[in-house]
Structure formats: structure tokens, C-alpha cells
Design a protein around this ligand. Sequence first.
Ligand SMILES: [Zn+2]
Length: 466
Amino acid sequence: MTTPSLAEFSTARHAERPILLTGGAVVTMDAATPDLETGDVLIVGSHIVAVGPDLRSDPHHGMIAATALIVDTRGSIVSPGFVDSHRHAWETQLRRSIPDVTDLGEYVMSTLAGIAPVYTPHDMYVGTRLAALTALDSGITTMLDFSHNSRTAAHSDAAVNALIDTGIRGVHASMAPHFGDWDHQWPADLGRLMSSFEHAGDGLVTFRLAALSTDEIAGPAIAYGPELAAIARDLGMWTSIDAVFGQSSSEAILRWADQGILDPTLTLIHATGLTGEAWAAMGDAGVTVSLAPTSDAQIGLESAIPAIDEALSVGIRPGLSIDVEVALASDMFTQMRALHAIQRMRATTIAYGGGQPAERISTRDVLDFATLQGATANALGDVTGSLTPGKQADVLIVRAEDINNMPLNDAIGTLVLGADARNVDTVLVAGTPRKWAGALVGEDIDALREDVIRSRDEISRRVAAK
Ligand SMILES: [Zn+2]
């Protein structure tokens, strides 16, 4: 069995010839579609058609599978792509610029107040594109870009174009900037933004409103409330809300419940230090939650403890997110491992010294958060997040026999605890290869680096001249 070249694969993809991924360990993350120690995934066009142990001898799919281009995935894990439910992609030229950030205040003052105001639309494009390409390289097939530097309509357009140009499944969540001059085109511009990109990017990019939970950082205009809720409702958008202040966010959440605007179209991000009452209201309302484990712990948001137990206690299974690369890692492996370790540390600490043993999450739970639950938070639960027949073919092929993963004993354990971006061999988004044989498809990394460095240097020059 030989694996096709990228050109052969792309030709088959364009001709809508079926593609059969065969012989790998298949992790579906779909309760109705069993995992397979070795098995097949059949893709036609942009969709998954079937998952099974031997589809070429399957009575329903054998005819289609017999005509398929065969991709040998022996020695690999085939899984759904990861879903990032919140990152601020425009900042990516500033990667690891404040690695030992003291607290949220330092981040806000250095990045949002100090640097964001000098960003041009081109800088937005460069940062967002770099974030999306890095996401694809590490197996993230869907990324919600909480784009909170929309100074002009052109800034928003540039961020959306960056998502489209990389071929990632993107959610552009638009918010006005916190500080500095801007056109005050937001939120009125959201309707134009959505309709002007309606037919671009094969429908891979969707839109939503982004807001803060309270007015403490940047005043009332970008704090979620009845006015923004009405705009989101009119546009049919969901809303992502960065909720970083425990007490005041809790009060806001209870107020939204009274106002009838705490509902399943909201994703609350971080949600650290919230009261039990606020969590109960969130559980009752059916909101989704995006945890940012390294952000909470490292930047020190409220208690600094990712609110995993609080979410699970009210029946919310959260998605995971990367947040800000200025001080944090870029990939989902880091988030999964951080959450797994922190939750088990919390549970064991409670039991230590004779307390009641608390429940510990499993690697399967963590992978569910990093895939299907992230998709649900991104309003794409019917589209991606699992290897389910009928869903889009957002698929990873992860090498399980590389030095850090061999020998393969447990596929989910390997994905969550063993693997990293170097093992991500192939990434498909809607059936289209974005990473192939360990390299991003169609990207000139030297040219990318030049763009990134030039933009970073220009930003620094403008900040120094302020
Ligand atoms: Zn954030």
C-alpha cells in the first residue's frame, strides 16, 4: 500500500473522487460512531461519508470505497481536528513578548493600551494569518478569533481575509478596541462585514459578536447587555464574552438572566472566580463555556484556577482555548495537558489528608473538550468536532510511531499526553489538505517570516514614536 502524493490527493479531491483513510487507529469523539483500533474513514468532497473497520467490504459503502484513492494511515491516529474556542489572533507578531507577565493589568497596559492603537489593517492581517497557520500546523482545524482591535472597517476586513487566505475554519468574533482612536463603526459595521464576506472562503468563515462581561477595563460600550444582545439577535449571531472578573461578572450574569439575555447563544470565556449562583444560572440557561487553562493559571486571572469543576458541576462541558500568544503557547496539546493536570491536582488535593475523593477527569474528557465541545461553543457542533458521517472532513493524521509516541498503546492517551505539533502529519479542513506529510501546504515560510518580522518592527517603531 502506498500513500499518494499531495498532487494525487489534490487531483482526487478536486474531482470529488472518494478518499479512503485506511489502517489507522480511529478516534471519532462521537458517542454513536465507535473508535476503531484499526479502521477506515471514507471522505467524499468536503464530507465524511462513513467510518468503519473495513469499508471496502462493507455492504453499504463497498462500492464507493472501491473507487477511492487510498491513503495508508497505518501507524497513525486518525482523529477530528482540534477546535480553539478563543484566541486574540491579531497579537501574534507579539508572541512571547511578555513571557513572565505579572498579571492581567500588565497585559492590558502593555498590549491593549500600549501597542494595539498603532496597529494598521495590514498588521491585523499579518498577525491573524500567522496565528491561523500555526493553528493548522498543530492540528487546530477551527479557530475562533476574538478580534478585539477593530479600529476601522478595514481592520476587520483584514482579519477576516487572513482567515480566508489560510483555509482554516474560522470564526471571526468582532469587538471594538479597548483604548485609543477608532472609527466607532462597531457594532453597526457587523452587518456589512457579514454580508460582504457571505460568499467568500467556501463558507468556512462565520461571524459573531464579541464583548466583555463588565465595563471595568474599557467602559460600557463594549460590555454585554440588552443593546448588544439585540444587535446579535437581529444579525443571527452568537456572542463570545471575555468574563475575567469573578464578582462583577457574576453580578452581570445574574442581571442578564433577569433581562432574558443569558441564553445558549452566549459563550462565556475564562469564567474564573464566579459565584455558585452565577454558575447555576449559566447551567440553567444552557450557555457554552470556553476555558483558557494556561491563561488562567499563568496570567493569574482571579483564583487562577481553570473553572473545570464548576462547569461540570452544572452540566456544562467546556471547550478549550489558547487566548494570548504574548505570554502563552500556541497549540491545543498544551491546553489539554494543563487542564488534565490541574483538574486532577485539584481533585487529589481535596482528597489528601482524608477528604472525600473528588472526581477526576479522563484523557477522553479532555479530548472531548478540545474537539466536540469547542465546536459546540463555536456554534459548529453539527459541522465539525467529531468524525461523524455527514460532518465536514476536518481530520488529523497524527504519527503514533514517532520517537515520542512509540509504541502505540492507547490512542486517546497518546493524543492528549504524548503528541505535539511535530507528530501532526496531515491536516484536512473540509477535505482539503492544509498540512501534508508534516508541512503546511502552499505556504512559503521564509516569506511569511519576512512579513511577520517587518510588521513587528514597524509596530515597535510606531510605539516608540508615540
Ligand atoms: Zn481573551
